[in-house]
Write a protein that binds this ligand. Structure first.
Ligand SMILES: [Zn+2]
Length: 302
């Protein structure tokens, strides 16, 4: 082997090394470039955490845990919201005169745009457990809280368990009265749930604002949930206290023709409750609330 040939072989080998080195560099270079197939754009506000609907069994469990004793009812509402994940700092019991409302706050992006979602926790009548009227409403709003608690909403929500509704809307009137006249504009709307699970969901029209009733009808249609519009002049509910102060409000109820024989007496027990109908009312109220959060604050004012 002569020197020239050896040099030529070395030269050839060097070229090969350079070639493979260059190839390795190119490969590394392209590997370092992020893939052009980017993950889909980050979800927007309300999509950040997909909400999870409660199951029939979860609703049934909390309906069947109704406290029939008046004395422990307020505490039971508090415990239920704690179970749904409400932090202690967001729960307050608001006393005014001789009534106590429990309020659970969920802060939204816009502090001065507020929505109230309420249900009365008191009951009345000899032997009544108040399971239908209105533990079903309390369970519905607590599960709505659970569905939305990790979702970033635009507006600030106040989940309220009203006291002494049966004695003349005392708790809701106290809350509505406490809102200064100049601050009413911040309260975009009020959604009230009073009795679910006896029949299909209904709007109690005589205590609801017309634009809110319309939203309930549109929302029910989108979800394919049958919704009836009822006018029962001798039936009232907590939405009326807010309509009275020009805060748009709607009551979702479930009043079959024999409602008066079940309410306010010994027949108001869990065995009267159709949990599938409670679930319909719960899903409808949740969707109405989500629609209210999306709409302009003043959209429902006359
Ligand atoms: Zn009621």
């Amino acid at each position: 082997m002569n020197e020239n040939r050896l040099l030529s072989q070395i030269d050839c080998l060097m070229k090969q090394i350079k070639f493979y080195f260059f190839l390795a560099l190119i490969t590394l270079f392209f590997a370092a470039i992020p893939s052009t197939a980017q993950p889909s754009a980050p979800p927007t506000s309300t999509e950040t955490t997909a909400r999870t609907l409660s199951t029939l069994e979860e609703l049934r469990l909390d309906i069947n845990s109704v406290p029939c004793d008046d004395k422990i009812r307020l505490q039971a509402v508090k415990s239920l919201f704690e179970k749904m994940g409400a932090p202690a700092a967001d729960i307050s019991i608001e006393k005014s005169k001789d009534v106590e409302n429990i309020v659970i706050r969920k802060t939204g992006k816009v502090a001065n745009e507020k929505i109230i979602i309420g249900a009365h926790y008191d009951k009345t009548g000899e032997g009544s457990c108040g399971a239908v009227d209105n533990w079903t409403g309390i369970v519905a709003i607590a599960h709505i809280y659970k569905a939305l608690k990790d979702v970033q909403l635009n507006k600030t929500l106040y989940f309220v368990g009203f006291g002494k509704e049966e004695q003349g809307l005392i708790g809701s009137k106290a809350m509505a009265k406490q809102i200064k006249k100049e601050d009413r504009i911040q309260y975009c709307s009020m959604l009230n749930v009073d009795t679910l699970g006896l029949t299909v969901p209904q709007v109690l029209s005589n205590v609801s604002s017309k634009p809110m009733q319309k939203l309930a009808e549109e929302t029910a249609q989108k979800l394919s949930i049958p919704l009836k519009i009822m006018t029962i002049i001798n039936a009232s509910s907590d939405s009326d206290s807010f309509v009275d102060k020009n805060i748009p409000a709607v009551s979702i109820v479930s009043l079959p023709s024999n409602w008066a024989t079940i309410f306010h007496g010994k027949d108001d027990q869990t065995d009267k409750i159709n949990v599938s109908e409670v679930a319909r009312g719960y899903r409808l109220a949740l969707a109405i609330l989500e629609a209210l959060d999306e709409k302009e604050c003043g959209a429902f004012r006359k």
